[in-house]
Ligand binder design. Structure first.
Ligand code: GAF
Length: 377
């Protein structure tokens, strides 16, 4: 990827760039908990967005997306926002750095990636984090701390891309470390690295190839439901809510809001149960919790789809230890915790059954937990 970017950069701009990359992410458990002040358990993966970048001594940003084969040029003022959605991520990152008093000058960039788009692996967070990290290094002497880089990506989603997301994806993309998952408390932002290298199990992603697009999806509505219930409980977020409190207000809220909040309250506890289980090496419990998450996301939070439910059913039938929708939902991947000696048979059965029903096999991605945002040597 680096050679391809260098060639493209040199032929377009004729200067010498530096290279930066940031990663997509998986999440073992803790879905839709980030914007509710709860816990998440993500890790960065070996699929990245990489950019070749150099300052250009102008007040313009000039960017070429190799994968989309499109060139965009914009200034750094609010009114210069580009139309193209991919370019708005980069524009947003520039604006959010400037809004925080940081420096961004004109630059040239060429970028490409191998994070599957719309698969729930956070290609957009990888793009934001790659540019936030690069611009911090190039123009700000790395004075912006890593949490703030993640927040810059999150604010970009909120203010320029229409997705009112939590902090998980950008956090994972920036802070990820090879071989380690991270348990993040999204209220205090305290986090802990968890080495994740089970001897007998592995994680496999099955991509339903149902396009997952959070903008204009009911993602923002899910968040509004949670906020309404929290407000009704007199709390800032659902972090401190429990089922007794929720049941006490059941008749004052809509059935829909009740089930949304129920999922979040239960999911919060599942993350902690999974951490305990991991500490004991008890992968059976980890797997059970993953199935519970899937059921909750499908029935109570209603962010699944037929194809993902089918993949989950197949996993259960094959005796896979744990399986669930991963990420925001509405399409994308299931994440599967499977015994190494069952992996091939499971993947084969899942591909055959899925293809027989939907006319195409799911895409299969092994999970390799890797480093987050960095400058390439
Ligand atoms: C998406 C969002 F971007 C995250 O913030 C998170 O809410 C996730 O959906 C669901 O856990 O990836």
């Amino acid at each position: 990827m680096k050679e391809k970017l260098l060639k493209e950069f040199e032929s377009r701009f004729g200067t010498t760039p530096a290279f930066y990359a940031s990663a997509g992410r998986i999440n073992l458990i803790g879905e839709h908990t980030d914007y509710n002040g709860g816990f998440v358990f993500p890790g960065a993966i070996d699929k990245v967005i990489m950019a070749a970048i150099a300052a250009n001594d102008t007040d313009k940003v000039r960017v070429f997306s190799v994968d989309i084969n499109e060139y965009v040029e914009f200034g750094l003022n609010e009114e210069d926002a580009p139309e193209q959605s991919w370019a708005r991520y980069i524009f947003g990152v520039c604006r959010e750095i400037l809004k925080r008093g940081g420096t961004v000058k004109g630059f040239d960039a060429v970028f490409a990636g191998n994070v599957p788009l719309g698969a729930g692996l956070s290609s957009s967070a990888a793009l934001e984090s790659c540019f936030a990290f690069a611009l911090n290094d190039m123009f700000n002497n790395n004075s912006i701390d890593k949490f703030e880089l993640a927040r810059i990506g999150q604010s970009t989603e909120h203010n320029y891309c229409g997705v009112n997301c939590g902090i998980m994806d950008q956090f994972a993309s920036v802070m990820g470390q090879k071989g380690k998952l991270m348990r993040l408390d999204c209220r205090s932002m305290e986090f802990e690295y968890f080495p994740f290298n089970p001897e007998d199990y592995e994680l496999v992603l099955l991509d339903s190839v149902v396009k997952h697009e959070l903008k204009d999806s009911p993602y923002n509505k899910r968040r509004q439901s949670c906020e309404r219930v929290a407000k009704r409980l007199g709390m800032e977020t659902l972090r401190d809510a429990d089922m007794d409190m929720l049941n006490a207000i059941k008749t004052d809220i809509t059935a829909e809001d009740y089930f949304r909040a129920k999922f979040v309250i239960e999911e919060k506890d599942r993350v902690l149960a999974v951490c305990d289980a991991l500490n004991r090496g008890d992968y059976e419990t980890v797997g059970e919790k993953m199935y519970e998450t899937h059921a909750g996301l499908s029935k109570d939070y209603e962010v699944s789809c037929e194809e993902l439910d089918y993949l989950n059913d197949i996993a259960k039938e094959c005796g896979v230890t744990g399986s669930r929708i991963m990420g925001g939902g509405f399409g994308g991947c299931t994440i599967n915790l499977v015994k190494k000696d069952q992996r091939d048979a499971f993947v084969k059965t899942a591909c055959e059954k899925f293809e027989a029903k939907y006319g195409h096999a799911p895409k299969v991605y092994p999970v390799v937990i890797s480093d987050g945002a960095h400058k390439e040597a």
